[in-house]
Ligand binder design. Structure first.
Ligand SMILES: NC(=O)c1ccc[n+]([C@@H]2O[C@H](COP(=O)([O-])OP(=O)(O)OC[C@H]3O[C@@H](n4cnc5c(N)ncnc54)[C@H](O)[C@@H]3O)[C@@H](O)[C@H]2O)c1
Length: 188
């Protein structure tokens, strides 16, 4: 193998068997640090990996907890493989509304859950963690008098960092440890 994923942190859902397992094995062979997950964690035995976790992709709470745990322990995820899925057998006539809801939840909504949880953590760590390569500066802006001395209106309306758009106000506040008062905050 050419080690095309050398050092990359990757997470694979449904890595216990089939396509997910094959991806996890190929990623490890390419040098990735692979976190393998499955709803049935017994299936993960024997897989070469950095971390093995039970994960039901139908549970938002479990996904959010794992995203937080992984990012805190190992840093921001770089590759996410959403492999968990299920295909009902039979025709549309055999498919009940319950079957449809189950499939849609497992095959489609699960991806929204994982992407949202890991992407949020990615932005929080990548842009706000002072140990990261590009930490966002969320200091309160200098006094109005100081800014006036700098001259030019652009000083009052600096553009926000693009990464900040992806964070809810809650995330910005909790990570920065104080309210982001923005460039036009009132002087106290
Ligand atoms: N096999 C094919 O020909 C084929 C073709 C196209 C797409 N797909 C899709 O690729 C994916 C994998 O297919 P496969 O054939 O390897 O599947 P598979 O049935 O062999 O394996 C599915 C894995 O998903 C796990 N899983 C089930 N529910 C889960 C949940 N709620 N949370 C986490 N993990 C769960 C199972 O434990 C199992 O390990 C599926 O999404 C499938 O729809 C498969």
């Amino acid at each position: 193998m050419a080690l095309r994923l050398q050092g990359k942190l990757a997470l694979v859902t449904a890595a216990g068997q089939g396509i997910g397992r094959a991806i996890a094995e190929a990623f490890a062979a390419e040098g990735a640090r692979v976190i393998v997950t499955d709803v049935d964690n017994k299936k993960l035995e024997g897989l070469k990996s950095l971390k093995r976790c039970k994960l039901d992709v139908r549970s938002t709470a479990s996904i959010e907890a794992l995203a937080n745990e992984v990012t805190t322990e190992l840093g921001a995820l770089e590759v996410l493989v959403n492999c968990a899925g299920y295909v009902h057998h039979g025709s549309v006539l055999d498919c009940s509304e319950q079957d449809w809801d189950f499939s849609f939840d497992l095959n489609v909504k699960s991806m929204h859950r994982t992407i949202k949880a890991f992407l949020r953590q990615y932005f929080v760590r990548r842009f706000l963690d002072p140990r990261g390569p590009r930490p966002l500066c969320l200091r309160r802006h200098k006094s109005r008098r100081h800014r006036a001395h700098q001259g030019g209106c652009s000083r009052f309306h600096q553009e926000r960092h693009p990464g900040q758009r992806h964070l809810s106000r809650h995330d910005r506040i909790s990570v920065a440890g104080g309210a982001d008062q923005g460039p036009v905050a009132r002087d106290r």
